[in-house]
Design a protein around this ligand. Sequence first.
Ligand code: PLP
Length: 449
Amino acid sequence: MIVSEKINKLLQEVPYLKEVADCKAVLLTNPSKPEFKVASTRTKFTKADVNDAEARLARFAPFIMLAFPETKSAEGLIESGITDVEGLKEMLETYYDTKIEGQLWLKRDDQLPIAGTIKARGAIYEVLKHAEELALEHGLLTTWDDDYTKFASQSFKDFFSNYRIVVGTTGNLGISVGVMGAKLGFEVTVHMSIEAKAWKKNLLRSRGVTVIEHKTNFTQAVEMGRSQSLQDDQSYFVDDEFSEDLFLGYTVAGNRLQEQLKTMNITVDENHPLFVYLPCGIGGSPGGITFGLKQVYGDNVHCFFAEPTQMPSMLIGLMTKEYDQVSIDDFNIDGSLTNMDGLAVPRTSGFVAKLMHNFFDGGYTVTEKDNFAFLRALVDQFEIPLEPAAVAGVTGPARLFSSPLGKAYIKDKGLEDKMKNANHISWATGGSMVPEEDRKAFYNAIDNY
Ligand SMILES: *Cc1c(COP(=O)(O)O)cnc(C)c1O
């Protein structure tokens, strides 16, 4: 393996980095993370930003309900349920030769309305915020108290048809931006990286979205989109690497989950810790959700991100404190070997990684084999078909209890006697829109490992 001098030095100095570079499955805890109180002083984002995002989504709810009737039962909120997956415990314990304490749950963002992935939280928020700004600026709306169902009117659509939205993506971000953008009347262009699945491109084209296919990776597809958008005054770029609005859209999940757990009579406090396991690509969705959850539960929620062993970009960014200044390519990691296309991001978001340095409790990497084994198990036991990226969080509880650093974490936090009261939520991030044929292929994929 030939790597630069800088990378060689990092490999020698940073504990566990060699294992990560060798694509071993590891679970690491974040040695830099301060208490929530301290972490809060190290960022410009506050609870007020989360509430602002929540209020904006509430303003748009009447429009969303009208434009997407499938959101009617939730009164225009784009939200998902929680499924009991306690039945998965036995297989997890056997597979990882460990004992899991606490209850297992699956957060069903695979069933989010409109776009069927976690991206619907951030991307739809950003598109709506942009539309609101344009409408206010041009006098189509007068105040935030205005009637937002106007956004479904032909005159609004005609207005927005003069504007463009551009995005670069491995697929799912494009679906959320494309479907909502097109519904509002925007001309949307989606730059797709090499990983993007054919059905995702077809779906977008059927909604009138322009899809540009690239034979390059995510970072380059984003770059192409950004430079196209910059040349056009009427164009807005949804920037997966740098967007603060995208991030804030995700944070709303914190308040929403708190409400949901209350309704389910699930307690989260210092004697009832909550562990959350979030699949991580560029870092926006796990970062935003972690930030939102910490606002409501403080140090009683423990947030771990999950990445493919073949695409550990957030992990190397955090471990080396180089953030977006290192990519998996610098370590000669072959990212093309992952099937978790939603997580296929070679270089993490610098803005999210620096922020999350103070908030993530840890992260782990998942092998393709383990991931496909549990993808099949979810279908067999619960008839829940997820896409590969969405499964990465499912093995989290077993990894926590079976790994040396996970065990040390439980002990150091004084949680040993409390884990029997713990709740573990694995965030299932996508899958409901996957066509039957692709589902079958995912189900059978374990046979190749
Ligand atoms: C994008 C995506 C993720 C990760 O979100 P990031 O913001 O890229 O970290 C997880 N799961 C699925 C299905 C995704 O599409």
